[in-house]
Design a protein around this ligand. Structure first.
Ligand SMILES: [Fe+2]
Length: 144
């Protein structure tokens, strides 16, 4: 049985109101759920490498989708502070996953719970405090 901190499932309260973003978040949530299950079954360097590689490439794709929407609707001009903060969070996250991957390469394996808790905490926090702001901005723009 998994404990709360490493357990995640999609919840309607995570919705930002923007279908494209919500679908990708849903995929990210499922990715973290599978990663936790896989590492619970078999904690190995190979699994850690595959999980972080797939996660990084999907996260980058997802960030690009959001950033493309920001550009299309001029988020930066409307909310420069929120825009800067949002971009920084995306960059910091990618940097952190790259750091974890470099450590793996050097033989320093991150603990399962440390990895999963970091990922879940980051994603939920980012969705609730950052993506939702973007979501309401986009909803307003799209309704015009
Ligand atoms: Fe985001």
């Amino acid at each position: 049985m998994s404990d709360n901190k490493t357990d995640i499932k999609w919840n309607k309260t995570y919705e930002t109101g923007i279908e494209e973003i919500d679908e990708q978040h849903h995929i990210l949530v499922n990715t973290l759920k599978s990663a936790n299950e896989l590492l619970t079954q078999e904690y190995s360097l190979e699994n850690l490498q595959n999980i972080t590689k797939d996660l990084l490439s999907y996260a980058l794709y997802h960030f690009e989708s959001e950033e493309e929407l920001m550009q299309r609707y001029n988020y930066e001009e409307a909310y420069p502070k929120e825009y800067q903060n949002h971009m920084k969070q995306h960059r910091d996250f990618s940097g952190k996953v790259v750091e974890i991957r470099n450590a793996l390469k050097a033989g320093n394996l991150i603990e399962k719970d440390e990895l999963i808790e970091f990922l879940i905490h980051w994603l939920i926090n980012h969705i609730n405090h950052t993506d939702k702001k973007l979501g309401s901005f986009l909803q307003t723009q799209m309704s015009h």
